[in-house]
Write a protein that binds this ligand. Structure first.
Ligand SMILES: [Zn+2]
Length: 112
C-alpha cells in the first residue's frame, strides 16, 4: 500500500489518487449527485475529471453497478462533475464559467 489513498475511476477503471477524482454519491432519491466536499455519508463512486471518463462513467449501468442500486442520472451531472473538478484541480486558471455552472438561476415571480 502506498500512502496516498486511491480510488478507481468509474470511467477508465484506473486507480488514481483520491484527491484528483470527483466523488459521486447516490442519495435515497436515487438521483446521483456530485459530492464536492467528499463528505456525504454512504457509498461513493469516483470519476476522473476527464471528459471521456465522465461520459463513460455517467451511464446508468455503470453507476448502478457502482452503487449496487438503480440510479438516475440528471442531465446536469456531467456539468456538475466538470465544475467540481475545475474548482478543485485548476483554480489558477481563473475560469469564470464555473459560476454559471454552479449557480442555478432563481426565477422569482413577484406579483403586486
Ligand atoms: Zn478515469
Amino acid at each position: 500500500m502506498r500512502t496516498a489513498p486511491s480510488r478507481t475511476c468509474l470511467g477508465c477503471r484506473r486507480a488514481r489518487p483520491k484527491a484528483v477524482l470527483v466523488r459521486l454519491v447516490r442519495p435515497s432519491s436515487g438521483v446521483v449527485v456530485v459530492d464536492p466536499g467528499a463528505r456525504a455519508a454512504g457509498r461513493g463512486a469516483y470519476v476522473c475529471p476527464d471528459a471521456a471518463c465522465v461520459e463513460r462513467a455517467l451511464s446508468r449501468g455503470r453507476l448502478a453497478h457502482a452503487f449496487r442500486k438503480p440510479c438516475e442520472v440528471s442531465p446536469d451531472l456531467a456539468t456538475a462533475v466538470r465544475a467540481a473538478a475545475r474548482r478543485r484541480v485548476a483554480p489558477e486558471l481563473g475560469d469564470t464559467s464555473r459560476e454559471s455552472d454552479a449557480r442555478t438561476t432563481d426565477v422569482v415571480a413577484v406579483r403586486a
